[in-house]
Design a protein around this ligand. Structure first.
Ligand code: CU
Length: 377
């Protein structure tokens, strides 16, 4: 027996070292592949913010235009630098989905507007943090067509669980058809200024239900529109046109709206929405009785997206609630809860609210909450 067999120990140390190195070395090769983007990879950019994703493609020149965080606003959500010629042909996709062509390597540049997020598509088997002030990246080659959910896998605040989007992998033709339907930055900025006179004429149809001053008409189930921002009005008119609202069975009231806005073209929508924005925003009468003090605590959740004063926020895509028709808000919450709104596969903003609508139970708690919202005017 030899308690200390030096020679054997040296052998053991040596063999273990070589063994461990041999086990780890292949990882370096794999890692090198993971971080080395093929030269022919196309570029797309995914931008995370509380609590949604948006996407930008470089357009024909293959180069993304410069952006500047100080330029970000309701009219320029990407913070595009108007003076950079490379940005003019950039394709801006506000969601709900990013399309990728099959079998083409793609480098995904990742940005964040606010806090840490993490861009994850479970089936891609890669994920990457998005960091404010930094551009991170990952790359992949989609090998099968289909729809895959984009998640955020960084706890990024109250709406984290509802920060979902979709990647759709298309064959070449379908991809080109999708791309042809997207708008470039130049096209988005070149839209002519709205014509308020034409807007007033177009609005005369709407006034039959929504009222001369867009103050709403409960007897006709038509909510107040005055006070809603242009981005929200425009999106909802599109939602009615595209069957995201008003198409669902059980939503008979909204079907009327779809029929009315169906024939409107983009210019008319711009005009009528601009006209509505000029109408006086007087708070709607309250019709719901409840205990506002009790409702205040339920509203804390809502404030994250709709604002502490119920003023709405373009960055969270959430409309104003303060001063709006309370009976209409009540009905929308019900529509969301019951899946008549926010269920359409293209309605990602609605889906987000649908998830949130279950936070507050029906009945007294909802009445209290709406009574509280009625005090925010
Ligand atoms: Cu996030």
């Amino acid at each position: 027996m030899q308690p200390e067999y030096k020679k054997l120990e040296w052998w053991l140390i040596g063999l273990t070292t070589v063994g461990v190195a041999a086990m780890l070395a292949p990882g370096l090769v794999v890692w090198a592949k993971f971080v080395t983007v093929p030269d022919d990879a196309a570029v797309v950019e995914a931008v995370g913010q509380q609590w949604s994703w948006s996407f930008r493609l470089p357009g024909e020149d293959g180069v993304l235009g410069a952006i500047d965080a100080t330029l970000i606003g309701a009219d320029n959500p990407f913070g595009m630098d108007a003076n950079d010629p490379r940005g003019q042909d950039d394709v801006l996709v506000f969601g709900p989905e990013l399309h990728l062509p099959l079998d083409k390597p793609v480098k995904v540049l990742l940005r964040s507007k606010d806090v840490l997020h993490n861009f994850t598509v479970p089936q891609f088997r890669v994920k990457m943090d998005t960091v404010p002030g930094m551009v991170t990246f990952m790359w992949l080659t989609p090998t099968r067509t289909g729809e895959f959910e984009i998640l955020c896998e960084e706890l990024c605040g109250m709406g984290h669980f509802a920060m979902r989007s979709r990647v759709v992998v298309d064959d070449a033709d379908t991809y080109q058809a999708w791309l042809a339907n997207q708008r470039t930055y130049a096209q988005l900025t070149a839209r002519p200024a709205a014509d308020l006179v034409a807007g007033a004429t177009a609005y005369s149809v709407c006034s039959a239900c929504h009222g001369i001053n867009a103050e709403g008409n409960q007897a006709l189930n038509a909510p107040k529109l005055a006070g809603l921002p242009k981005w929200y009005l425009t999106r909802q008119v599109h939602n009615f046109q595209d069957g995201m609202r008003g198409g669902a069975p059980g939503n008979d009231i909204a079907i009327q709206m779809s029929a009315i806005v169906e024939p409107l073209d983009e210019t008319t929508i711009d005009n009528v929405v601009a006209y509505i924005a000029t109408l006086p925003d007087k708070a709607a009468h309250s019709t719901i009785r409840g205990d506002a003090a009790a409702g205040a605590s339920s509203y804390i959740t809502c404030a994250y997206c709709h604002g502490a004063a119920g003023q709405g926020s373009w960055s969270t895509n959430a409309p104003p609630l303060a001063g709006m028709s309370d009976w209409y808000l009540a009905r929308q919450l019900q529509q969301f809860r019951e899946g008549h709104r926010g269920r359409h596969p293209q309605d990602l903003h609605g889906a987000q609210m649908a998830r949130l609508s279950r936070v507050v139970p029906e009945g007294k708690q909802t009445d209290d909450l709406l009574a509280y919202i009625n005090t925010l005017r």
